[in-house]
Design a protein around this ligand. Structure first.
Ligand SMILES: Cc1cc2nc3c(=O)[nH]c(=O)nc-3n(C[C@H](O)[C@H](O)[C@H](O)COP(=O)(O)OP(=O)(O)OC[C@H]3O[C@@H](n4cnc5c(N)ncnc54)[C@H](O)[C@@H]3O)c2cc1C
Length: 384
């Protein structure tokens, strides 16, 4: 069961509903019974990669190379149902599809596409996306990683930090400064000069690998450059794909928290009556219903704009910012409504809450998306 107060599902085709149900069933069967243990142990459930690949969830919105070629709504619903399970699982699918397969698909040579896309789609190869560095996050233009051309090769030096899938990846899409500006490169992680390390002791996204990719005089053939990348604009195009998915994914986490708060407060009695009979509790539930419904309509409309080629980057920013904020507020509120029990892994709300703190920060922070929308409406850039 998940909330659909305005029957938004009426907008979905039978195929989209079927895809949504398939992923929902997968999450209920494979993820919900075990996620608390994986989260507590800070373990990414690697064995689920092949199962997700078999369901066609990797690069699901791309065409060819074994990809499912789904439209934006079906793709969004996949991410929504995955994130109802855990944001870490959705992060894996977002990175693999939107940040690794998409750049190869959009900016790669035919040989690169043939070499990488089928394996990535089947989950036999894993990718990561290296843009952020220890000293540059919101401002990727401040990156220090360089790629120097020497004959038939490039020599890469630098460090990429906070990289999802870093230590399990076969290939990393590395963004580096060259004499012609920022370009994207495919760097196999088993090359000499590449080292990866996990970032440990995170309190968010514990069931997801996050790490560092260190490049020390890493020599790659010139064929490994993504030939159609043109400056940071290309990296931002990848981020737009991922941010679109997050705006759907966050709804799943919010629905999961709302459902748990609803069931818990109907069941739990204090002062001789169920908590759900109290006006303050009903006000909170009603606020959650209102915000989830608004977020669903925003995501659905964004999908239609994407489908018809009208979607603008600032519209994605508004949806990412609003929907993640809404989900985080609902997670925090649900955690509170479950009292002490809400602080344990026996319930999902605390885990979703911690995850969403990271989701609020990655793929452009909440504040940076405010500046994107601010620039769109005023024509004035306020970043610097
Ligand atoms: C779990 C996790 C996974 C991640 N995965 C990846 C990945 O796979 N690949 C990758 O490349 N990156 C990844 N990231 C990095 C993520 O994209 C960055 O953390 C994000 O871009 C923010 O950068 P920062 O952490 O350096 O924060 P900063 O840029 O230092 O920002 C700190 C604070 O300052 C605010 N701020 C920044 N600039 C301004 C401004 N101009 N005006 C007002 N306020 C401002 C921000 O909103 C924020 O509140 C991941 C991060 C996390 C937490």
């Amino acid at each position: 069961m998940s909330l659909d107060f305005y029957n938004v599902a009426e907008f979905f085709t039978d195929e989209e509903k079927m895809i949504q149900k398939t992923v929902r069933d997968f999450i209920q069967k494979e993820v919900i019974p075990n996620i608390a243990t994986w989260y507590e142990k800070a373990e990414f459930p690697r064995h689920l990669i092949s199962k997700m690949a078999d369901l066609g969830l990797l690069g699901a919105n791309l065409e060819g190379y074994g990809c499912a070629g789904l439209g934006p709504t079906a793709y969004g619903l996949i991410l929504q149902e995955l994130e109802a399970g855990d944001s870490g699982l959705r992060s894996f699918v977002s990175v693999q599809g939107a940040l690794v397969m998409y750049p190869i698909y959009a900016f790669g040579s035919d040989a690169q596409k043939e070499k990488w896309l089928p394996g990535l789609q089947q989950g036999k190869k894993i990718g990561c996306f290296g843009l952020t560095e220890p000293t540059s996050g919101s401002n990727p233009g401040g990156m220090k990683t360089t790629a120097k051309k020497e004959g038939d090769h490039y020599i890469l030096n630098g460090s990429k930090y906070w990289i999802t899938n870093a230590t399990i990846a076969d290939v990393c899409v590395i963004w580096a400064k060259t004499e012609e500006g920022v370009r994207g490169f495919l760097v196999e992680t088993n090359r000499p000069g590449v080292k990866t390390e996990d970032i440990k002791q995170k309190f968010a996204l514990r069931a997801s690998c996050t790490g560092e990719v260190i490049l020390s005089d890493c020599k790659i053939p010139k064929e490994n450059i993504l030939p159609k990348t043109e400056g940071l604009k290309s990296a931002l195009m990848c981020l737009n794909q991922a941010r679109y998915g997050i705006s759907w994914g966050a709804i799943g986490a919010a629905q999961s928290c709302y459902q748990q708060a609803l069931e818990y407060t109907k069941d739990r009695e204090q002062f001789g009556k169920p908590l759900a009979s109290k006006q303050l509790i009903q006000d909170k539930l009603s606020w959650m219903v209102q915000e989830i419904t608004k977020a669903q309509l925003l995501a659905w409309r964004l999908a239609k704009l994407k489908e018809t080629g009208q979607m603008k980057h600032y519209q994605i920013s508004l949806a990412k910012k609003n929907n993640v904020w809404m989900a985080l507020e609902i997670a925090r509120m649900s955690r509170d409504m479950l009292g002490a029990n809400g602080t344990t892994y026996d319930y999902h709300v605390g885990r979703h809450m911690c995850n969403l703190e990271a989701v609020k920060t990655y793929e452009g922070t909440h504040d940076i998306h405010s500046l994107v929308v601010g620039e769109a409406v005023t024509g004035i850039s306020a970043y610097r």
